[in-house]
Design a protein around this ligand. Structure first.
Ligand code: UDP
Ligand code: MG
Length: 315
């Protein structure tokens, strides 16, 4: 039986990469006889000749083989991934970068894991970060550690967006209607049986990275706050702590004042009152944070459950 695969690729100023990418995909995917594949290119508002190259590819290989969507401006990679997934219609979908940093050679193993090994998702995990600035990998490690500590989901260190999934997983990803999208976190949230295969870091085939230090920082911060509500709640503990310390000091202060007969300054009373109100305000803010965290999670309208399989026909 023939299977179908959509290769979803976000492209932002990748004029030098799209043709190379197509050739590499052809080399790997054409020999698989049971497979029909489609390339879905999402042009994320490129300012160079990316669209010219994409249209040429579509002309040359047909609109069934090369599909494209072009954004009115740069909306960012996460939006491009969402668009690509919502246009995908095949049995399997793989997310991939345009610059060949995600080796197409892995596609065969990924497909195998899904078709023959009953996995729902197969992700690629980068095991070496050679050729990357030390500060970038250091910060990235820190991010993973913090993220995994603070949130309920787990990110696999080095796990990239390079993932192949069954269409049931794609549906689950699209059922998450939240605006601030963090694909890595969402993929972990939806669950499913996932296999990881490893690969070594590869340099870009052409062009330059689209991530500035600032952009990456924003990405990390967005990702963190999309899943962590701890910062909203943490303040409650600080309030408790301050009130507790104030209470103890008030007792010590009262005992000391009462046991000596010197003149009273009132200094201690003022300090204790200020600390008490400070602590209490934080505590109340923390309680408001609890509600806010709940509202935040509610407005995302994430699905309440995601079924992997069932024998009940849906109504
Ligand atoms: N990309 C995108 N929109 C953006 C930035 C990047 O669609 O605003 C795409 C880019 O074309 C590439 C992928 O996201 O296909 C990864 O970007 P890049 O290779 O620059 O990131 P890096 O590999 O350096 O992390
Ligand atoms: Mg890249």
């Amino acid at each position: 039986m023939k299977r179908t695969l959509d290769v979803v690729v976000p492209c932002y100023n990748e004029a030098d990469c799209v043709d190379l990418l197509y050739k590499e995909l052809e080399k790997v995917l054409d020999p698989i006889e049971y497979l029909d594949w489609t390339l879905i290119l999402v042009d994320d508002g490129s300012r160079d000749s990316t669209m010219f190259h994409i249209k040429n590819l579509a002309k040359e290989h047909g609109n069934e083989r090369v599909k494209y969507i072009s954004f009115s401006r740069n909306f960012g990679k996460e939006s491009a991934i969402y668009a690509g997934l919502s246009y995908a219609s095949s049995d399997y979908v793989v997310l991939m970068d345009a610059d060949l940093q995600h080796p197409p050679a892995l596609l065969k193993d990924m497909l195998n894991a899904l078709v023959n090994e009953d996995y729902d998702v197969c992700g690629a995990r980068r095991v070496s970060r050679e050729g990357e600035p030390l500060i970038r990998s250091g910060l990235s490690n820190l991010f993973y550690k913090l993220f995994n500590k603070v949130t309920a989901i787990e990110l696999i260190p080095g796990g990239s967006d390079f993932r192949m999934m069954k269409n049931s997983v794609v549906k689950a990803m699209l059922d998450m209607q939240e605006r601030g999208r963090f694909t890595k976190g969402m993929m972990s949230w939806v669950g499913f049986k996932t296999k990881w295969i490893e690969y070594k870091n590869v340099q870009r085939a052409a062009g330059v990275t689209k991530w500035s230090a600032r952009g990456l920082m924003h990405y990390a911060i967005d990702g963190f706050f999309a899943f962590a509500t701890t910062p909203l709640r943490a303040v409650i503990w600080l309030g408790f702590l301050i009130d507790f310390v104030t209470f103890i000091s008030a007792i010590i202060f009262a005992v000391r004042e009462l046991s000596n007969n010197g003149p009273r300054t009132g200094y201690g009373t003022i300090v204790i009152l200020i600390a008490f109100f400070g602590g209490t305000i934080l505590l109340i803010l923390g309680i408001i944070g609890e509600y806010l965290a709940r509202i935040y999670l509610e407005v995302k309208r994430r699905p309440i459950f995601i079924a992997r399989e069932t024998n009940i026909k849906s109504k």
